[in-house]
Design a protein around this ligand. Structure first.
Ligand code: ADP
Ligand code: ASP
Ligand code: MG
Length: 472
């Protein structure tokens, strides 16, 4: 019998009574094949967004809005609890938890309203509530269908730093505490049902791992338990050639390499959180992405770099990341001046922004990079401070910004051995009159990124996607 399997269920996989029933059946049948099954669950779909919207309403003093969000959350979850759970004891327990957490939400929103702001730490307590409500319901339903299961809060397993909203795990400590907590359960044949998305600092403060971070939770738990496989269950048949919401004829990629999937995830393919890869790569856990609603249908296996992927074309998938701002620092006086790049990116780091793409023309007259638009203003202010002298002397003529741009990225590890790939992409876009604002290609040549205007983005993705499916 296989040893340990970790399964992570995303928001839509636990977003309704029928979805939870379906996911629970998948857990039950895995338990027949695997000695240990560990489950990580997200909040019901839309819940995290609603919680965050509640905090924003609270900051603005809109108490009616956060009250009505509290009512909506109560209704959504209690509908599920009373339809799904059959025993009075399980219903009472899950409902008790729900009302306690909704009270917590209202008190936190009230406190935020009084303060007029929400600290990252407070945001993590609120935004993790969806997971903290939902895991009880899934564990209870499993028990009712005859699977021994226990709800486990990830604060007991995943030890993180205190970078609230984007915390990183301490893998050594997490491994130790996870095994101490889970081994007795597994030895007793029970399925731990763990909250995704969250962890805790050494002082017990709740942290979150970033939006979409339950995939990362799944990977951390899989690595800490030496799981042989991690199955990410979601609402699409694995990793596809493009986002099926944007390209209607997207196809499943039966195999993608770690490198390819990392690039895809980093550049916006929501199907996997970008940090999911590293823990499983290091622990040697096999990673699958599967469709909850067609469990025996197509799926994706992530394979080591360099493995054959049965793809004919070097182009494998296309993705886009919206809401970016291009910033250009330019001036003739920059030529040959040492340290401009270091000072530019030093200023970006001080503004706590991360750079999504960099290009520099070799003439050294300009440096051009992109950041998420939400960070754009802060970055420009930091650059103006850093270069105030150069701006005054006109060595730097201007710091230009272009809002509302999109990074479109084509991924495929075979591109490095195939000449003319970029030429084909540019011609296809040019033939449709689609304009490219900037281009960047990493030295690995596994990805080419293009910056386009928001209006051209979807059409650019579809045009490149036609090249991919046409060649495979
Ligand atoms: P979950 O709640 O299960 O974590 P997400 O919504 O976070 O699900 O991620 C799944 C979604 O990712 C899909 O519904 C799909 O729209 C989107 N997506 C974007 N790019 C891709 C891609 N290349 N392959 C598959 N899905 C993708
Ligand atoms: N519920 C969290 C979010 O929406 C985590 C996740 O679903 O992965 O970001
Ligand atoms: Mg997700």
């Amino acid at each position: 019998m296989n040893k340990t399997l970790t399964m992570k269920f995303g928001g839509t996989s636990v977003g309704s009574v029928s979805a939870i029933r379906q996911s629970a059946q998948l857990i039950k049948s895995a338990k027949a094949d695997w000695q240990n099954v560990i489950v990580v669950v997200s909040a019901m779909s839309k819940v995290t967004n609603l919680l965050i919207e509640g905090t924003q309403a609270a900051i603005l003093g809109q108490s009616k809005r956060y009250q009505s969000i509290a009512d909506e959350l109560t209704r959504m979850h209690s509908d599920v609890i009373f339809e799904l759970l059959t025993s009075q004891a399980e219903q009472d327990h899950a409902y008790g938890r729900l009302t306690a957490h909704i009270d917590e939400f209202k008190s936190l929103c009230h406190a935020i309203e009084i303060l007029g702001e929400a600290s990252p730490r407070a945001m993590d307590v609120v935004s993790s509530l969806g997971e903290r409500i939902n895991y009880h319901v899934v564990a209870a339903h499993l028990r009712e269908i005859g699977v021994s299961a226990e709800a486990v809060l990830a604060t007991e397993l995943i030890r993180t730093d205190s970078v609230f909203q984007s915390a990183s795990p301490d893998m050594l400590i997490s491994r130790q505490i996870t095994q101490t907590r889970l081994n007795p359960l597994l030895e007793a044949g029970s399925v731990p049902v763990i909250t995704g998305f969250l962890g805790a600092t050494e002082h017990g403060a709740i942290t979150t791992l970033g939006r979409g971070g339950s995939d990362y939770s799944g990977a951390i738990v899989a690595a800490c338990t030496d799981s042989h496989e991690l199955w990410i269950w979601t609402d699409v048949p694995g990793v596809m050639t493009g986002d099926p919401r944007v390209v209607k004829n997207a196809r499943t990629l039966p195999k993608v390499t770690y490198r390819e999937v990392s690039e895809l995830a980093y550049y916006g393919a929501k199907v996997l959180h970008p940090k999911t890869i590293r823990p499983v790569l290091e622990s040697g856990t096999a990673l699958w992405v599967k469709n909850t609603f067609d469990p025996n249908g197509e799926a994706t296996l992530i394979v080591p770099d360099g493995s054959p992927t049965d793809s004919i074309s070097p182009l494998r998938a296309v993705t886009a990341i919206k809401g970016q701002t291009m910033i250009t620092v330019e001036g003739r006086g920059m030529i040959g001046v040492q340290g401009i790049a270091a000072r530019t990116f030093g200023a970006v780091a001080r503004a706590h922004a991360s750079v999504t793409l960099i290009t520099q023309a070799s003439s050294e007259q300009s440096i051009c990079f992109s950041v998420p638009t939400s960070d754009g203003r802060r970055v420009v202010t930091a650059l103006e401070e850093e270069f105030s002298r150069e701006l005054h002397r006109r060595d730097i003529d201007s710091i230009l910004t272009l809002d509302d741009v999109v990074i479109v990225t084509v991924v495929g590890s075979g591109m490095q051995h195939t000449p003319g790939v970029s030429g084909r992409i540019f011609s296809a876009l040019g033939n449709k009159g689609l304009n490219i604002i900037a281009i960047a290609q990493g030295s690995s040549e596994c990805a080419i990124s293009l910056v386009t205007s928001a209006t051209d983005a979807d059409e650019s993705v579809r045009t490149i996607h036609e090249l991919i499916v046409g060649e495979n």
